[in-house]
Design a protein around this ligand. Structure first.
Ligand code: TMP
Length: 221
């Protein structure tokens, strides 16, 4: 049996990843491919607990190194429990965030630098690289606006539980955004950056184009 495809979605909070994963999954299913969908941090029982710790605004004073190590702890578990078994079984995996997020947020945002993150990736994730990464990069101010609106809604309903990253300052997100662009330039074979203030339909179209151009799935509209 041939190995499955590993596709990751990346972008800032509020870039529309969740919506696009749903659309893409629907599109794939119409073509007979039922993807395994997962996210980071989270997606396993242990990972969900790590996620809670990382995203909870009550986790005050986490050192950047702690944050990065926890992201990789979560990732190691997801690879062992979800991603590798699915790929080995020939399934397509759609993963909401992977190591590019750590490079952008901890490497860029927290200023730990790319080198350290990539070295951790090599040690913890071995040779595992996505076959394709879809990077959603709307203008920074649009992403921030959307992320903060969503965060306020969630906080109103459930308390300020998942807001630790969203409450960061604009300068942090600018560094994340710039690091994402740097990754896209460096790894242009793997990463397709979808930029600009586009509608949900237009982003979906570009994702489908990227998949078909790379013959990830036959384009049969
Ligand atoms: P999300 O699941 O809603 O996208 O939220 C996850 C948050 O965690 C988001 O703010 C980005 C952050 N994050 C990192 O800082 N580093 C990482 O490696 C990952 C996977 C996520």
């Amino acid at each position: 049996m041939s190995r499955g495809l590993f596709i990751t979605l990346e972008g800032l909070d509020g870039s529309g990843k969740t919506t696009q994963i749903k659309r893409l999954s629907g599109w794939m299913q119409k073509r007979g491919v039922v993807p395994v969908i997962t996210r980071q941090p989270g997606g396993t029982a242990a990972g969900d607990r790590i996620r809670e710790l990382l995203l909870d605004s009550r986790s005050v004073g986490l050192a950047p190194m702690t944050e990065m190590a926890l992201m990789f702890g979560d990732r190691a578990q997801a690879i062992a429990e979800v991603i590798e078994p699915a790929l080995a079984a020939g399934d397509t995996v759609l993963c909401d965030r992977f190591t590019d997020s750590t490079e952008a947020y901890q490497g860029g945002g927290r200023e730990l630098g790319s080198e350290l993150v990539l070295e951790m990736h090599r040690l913890i994730c071995g040779g595992l690289q996505p076959d394709l990464t879809l990077l959603l990069l709307p203008p920074l101010d649009k992403s921030l606006e959307r992320a903060r609106r969503r965060n306020d809604r969630v906080a109103e309903k459930n308390g300020p539980n998942e807001g630790r990253f969203e409450s960061e300052q604009d300068a942090f997100f600018r560094r994340v955004w710039e690091k994402y662009r740097e990754i896209a330039r460096r790894d242009s074979e793997r990463v397709v950056a979808i930029e600009g203030d586009l509608s949900i339909d237009d982003v979906h179209e570009q994702i489908v184009e990227a998949l078909s151009e790379r013959r990830v799935i036959a384009h049969s509209r």
